[in-house]
Design a protein around this ligand. Structure first.
Ligand code: DGL
Length: 269
């Protein structure tokens, strides 16, 4: 593959959730230019068929390849579960591809003290059983309990973050008998780190809440290092943000995560 280090990194999600990962990438690799795509016109991905999610993911992949990205990070668990192989195939020879599930499951599988882990995610991610499968492939002795929490993404995208509505929904979901006595809860949806503190509070800060954004950013750094693709140019890059439809909250969230004024562009794919 003939890739050059100044080429940008493409990151996509169904909406604003992937910004949690993009912001971890920005912090860890400040020289890298990021092109972010939030597929807000098709959000949520979590209750769509994998066939449909794959179609959307491939359109975004084509767009990011046109933008000459050296690496495409699928910053969405649902799309990672539905479309990782297809995206890799489409980008073959043109860009490296990473998903958010492998780094997180490898990390959890290796944490010896975590015996029983809970996983919350979209209906798509949970019904694929992918977290349990990948963790047990490495550590068959672990107990993995997965539960779909489909109301959380719409709440977050609508800006219900630090309020009683989100707290009530979190409480309702996490009080489920299935999740009793877990050693850790994995946030298997990139939107959920936005409400991580409320989730930690539900557990009185006593249960580990695993947000994979930093784990994924570390993996991305390792892959770029291994492929000699880390950008050495230390001028501050101008990141680009695209959405397939304007939503009220996207810009606010993007500015909150990126700590800078952003110019949002609309691109329907
Ligand atoms: N942020 C996405 C994920 O990690 C999906 C949210 C959705 O569109 O349902 O699964």
């Amino acid at each position: 593959m003939n890739l050059l280090s100044p080429q940008p990194i493409g990151i996509f999600d169904s909406g604003a959730g992937g910004l949690t990962v993009a912001s971890a990438v920005k912090k860890m690799l400040p020289n890298e230019k990021i092109i972010y795509f939030g597929d807000t016109a098709h959000l949520p991905y979590g209750d769509k068929s994998f066939e449909t999610v794959k179609k959307y993911a491939l359109r975004i992949t084509d767009f990011l390849l046109e933008k000459k990205c050296k690496l495409i990070l699928i910053a969405c668990n649902t799309a990672s579960a539905a479309a990782y192989e297809s995206v890799k195939e489409r980008a073959e020879g043109k860009a490296l591809v990473l998903n958010v599930i492998d780094p997180a499951t490898e990390f959890v599988a290796k944490e010896k003290k975590l015996k029983k882990v809970g996983v919350i995610g979209t209906k798509g991610t949970v019904s694929a059983g992918i977290y349990s499968e990948k963790i047990k492939n490495i550590s068959p002795e672990k107990e993995v309990i997965s539960m779909a929490t489909p109301l959380l993404v719409p709440l977050i995208e609508e800006g219900f973050i630090f309020d009683n509505i989100s707290n009530a929904v979190i409480k309702e979901y996490l009080s489920n008998e299935k999740l009793k006595n877990i050693d850790a809860l994995i946030l298997a949806c990139t939107h959920y780190p936005v409400i991580k503190n409320q989730i930690r509070k539900f557990y009185n800060f006593k249960t580990a809440v695993i947000d994979s954004s930093e784990i994924v950013a570390r993996k991305l750094r390792d892959v770029l290092t291994k492929n000699k693709l880390l950008n050495k140019d230390d001028r501050i890059p101008e990141h680009e943000f695209y959405v397939s439809d304007y939503t009220d909250f996207f810009e606010t969230l993007a500015e909150m995560f990126f700590d800078e004024k952003i110019k949002l562009r609309k691109k329907y794919l």
